[in-house]
Design a protein around this ligand. Structure first.
Ligand code: SF4
Ligand code: SF4
Length: 113
């Protein structure tokens, strides 16, 4: 089990490390326009994953970004780096659920006012 979590973590780190921050993915995302900041879109979620994997923790705002992803994959064909963004979000949820990434117990989801 620990080995599986470690390899998921390694895969996620590799995947997040491919991001060149171009932002091409953002226009395709249905949640970005609804949220209060970039963590509600694919680029922000990839950056969150990178940060969470480096630090081993995720704050409430970041957790909200992770749990508002619809896993719809609309962003995937837009990404020149070929990042499996919904797969990365799933991996992050799994790492939070298993305690390998520390996070608050609830996410303060907000809608842009
Ligand atoms: S998978 Fe998540 S990040 Fe990608 S377009 Fe859908 S809601 Fe946005
Ligand atoms: S399109 Fe891909 S490489 Fe560009 S910002 Fe989005 S996730 Fe990163």
């Amino acid at each position: 089990m620990a080995g599986a979590a470690r390899s998921l973590e390694e895969w996620a780190r590799r995947e997040a490390g491919k991001c060149i921050s171009c932002g091409f993915c953002e226009a395709a995302c249905p949640t970005l326009a609804l949220g209060p900041h970039r963590a509600y879109g694919p680029r922000g979620r990839v950056q969150l994953a990178r940060h969470a994997l480096e630090s081993g923790s995720l704050g409430g705002e970041g957790l909200a970004g992770v749990y508002t992803c619809l896993l719809c994959a609309a962003c995937v064909p837009r990404c020149p780096a070929g990042i499996d963004i919904p797969g990365l979000v799933r991996a992050l949820r799994s790492l939070v659920a298993s305690g390998r990434v520390e996070a608050p117990r609830w996410a303060p989801v907000r809608v842009r006012g």
